[in-house]
Design a protein around this ligand. Structure first.
Ligand code: MG
Length: 403
């Protein structure tokens, strides 16, 4: 089983604009002063969840991410952590949502797609089915939006009392994505008065286009308030399962000047013997993640008989395993590694190892543990003949049917 699909080959006729330029002040509270799209749910930024839904979708070829001016670096880090190296262009937005959408459309104008979806960056629970369903009816004369048919009775009035009951049978709550013929929505945006619309479908309606309502799950919420973050964690938890995997590796010493462990070079009188760089720590972690995924082992993905992996740095293996988790819409909850050897000393390098593993897997360092123990002079490890590593990985994967 070789690593495949390392680069996304989406349908280039469809693009999506993800609007994430807001300051999100309604969701801010206490020490957590980040705009809502950058706050974490399930250990990853809201925006990562949103982006990965489109990055993994086979009918989406390009993503334009509109962010507040000055937020490009932060957004770029999130994009780098996406599975499959999707084609993402980051552009600065405007003062209003409408201006930001127009900036996104302008970024696509040079090589225009046939169809463009417009989606809120703070709507991370969009499913692959909703994306497909919204794309399906879009043509030159027809737009389509995800929407939820209202199920509660709608009352009109104020705190002073009810003034009427509104028939609900034809009422829908508009969501995103909203899909349009690219040329039509660009023209509509260019003709619109500044700041006059709250969603893009309004412009299509005003232009006389037919706009289809596509029933979409109620879970496709826009995270707006602090309470929404609590709900988002619940939704993530109920739609996913925790999986555990373990990995073990051992490499013998041979003559050399340094060992490489967890990607860190440690000067020593010997080196580890192996086909790749013999990094037992990263190999054990790779196998732990592959184990949690039930996707074979490191040897099946990177056969030692294949000359291309000779002397190869082992971060490639771990990065691949982490990308398989992301490709399945999952996240790595934590990694726990124990290195077993008499020497060299691991302690002085522990922090650097933890940081390096976190970077390779695009997770926070607090989700990575690196521990070390000797073998109490017992057996081969005790005689200092090599280094062994044990790892446990905990990952969260979406339950089938929740995507
Ligand atoms: Mg190995």
């Amino acid at each position: 089983m070789r690593p495949t699909h390392l680069f996304m080959t989406g349908d280039t006729k469809n693009a999506v604009i993800i609007v994430a330029a807001g300051s999100g002040s309604r969701a801010r509270s206490g020490a957590e002063d980040l705009p809502k799209q950058y706050r974490l749910i399930g250990g990853q930024p809201v925006l990562w969840h949103t982006l990965q839904a489109f990055a993994l979708h086979p009918e989406i070829g390009r993503i334009v991410l509109v962010v507040a001016a000055g937020a490009e670096t932060r957004a770029g880090e999130i994009v780098c952590a996406l599975p499959g190296s999707p084609d993402v262009t980051i552009v600065p937005g405007g003062a209003t949502r409408q201006a930001s959408v127009l900036a996104g459309l302008a970024a696509l104008e040079e090589t225009p797609p046939e169809c463009v979806l417009i989606h809120d960056g703070a709507r991370p629970f969009v499913t692959a089915k909703t994306i497909s369903d919204v794309l399906d009816p879009v043509d030159q004369d027809t737009a389509a939006i995800a929407a939820w048919p209202v199920s509660d009775t709608i009352k009109q009035g104020s705190e002073d009392g009810i003034t009427g009951t509104v028939p609900r049978h034809d009422k829908w709550l508009a969501q995103t994505p909203q899909g349009f013929a690219f040329a039509s929505i660009l023209a509509a945006h260019r003709h619109a008065a500044p700041g006059s619309v709250t969603d893009d479908a309004m412009l299509a309606e005003e232009a006389g286009m037919r706009v289809s309502l596509i029933p979409s799950p109620r879970d496709n919420i826009k995270i707006t308030t602090a309470e929404d973050f609590v709900l988002a964690e619940k939704l993530l938890g109920s739609a996913s399962e925790t999986r555990i995997g373990m990995g073990y590796d051992i490499h013998a010493f041979e003559d050399g000047e340094a060992v490489i462990l967890c990607g860190i070079t440690i000067p020593y009188k010997k080196k580890l013997k192996g086909h790749s760089d013999a990094d037992a720590g990263l190999h054990a972690l790779t196998d732990a993640i592959l184990g949690a995924l039930s996707e074979g082992d490191i040897g099946a993905h990177f056969p030692p008989s294949d000359p291309q992996w000779k002397d190869c740095p082992s971060d490639i293996f771990l990065r691949h395993a982490a990308s398989l988790v992301a490709r399945r819409g999952g996240t790595i909850s934590n990694l726990d590694l124990t290195l077993i050897c008499e020497a060299p000393k691991i302690g002085p390098h522990r922090k650097a190892m933890q940081k390096n593993i976190a970077e390779i897997c695009s997770i926070e360092p607090g989700r990575v543990a690196v521990k070390a123990t000797t073998h109490e002079k017992l057996g081969t490890l005790g005689r200092g003949e090599g280094i062994a590593a044990q790892a446990v990985a905990s990952i969260r994967l979406p339950l089938e049917g929740s995507q």
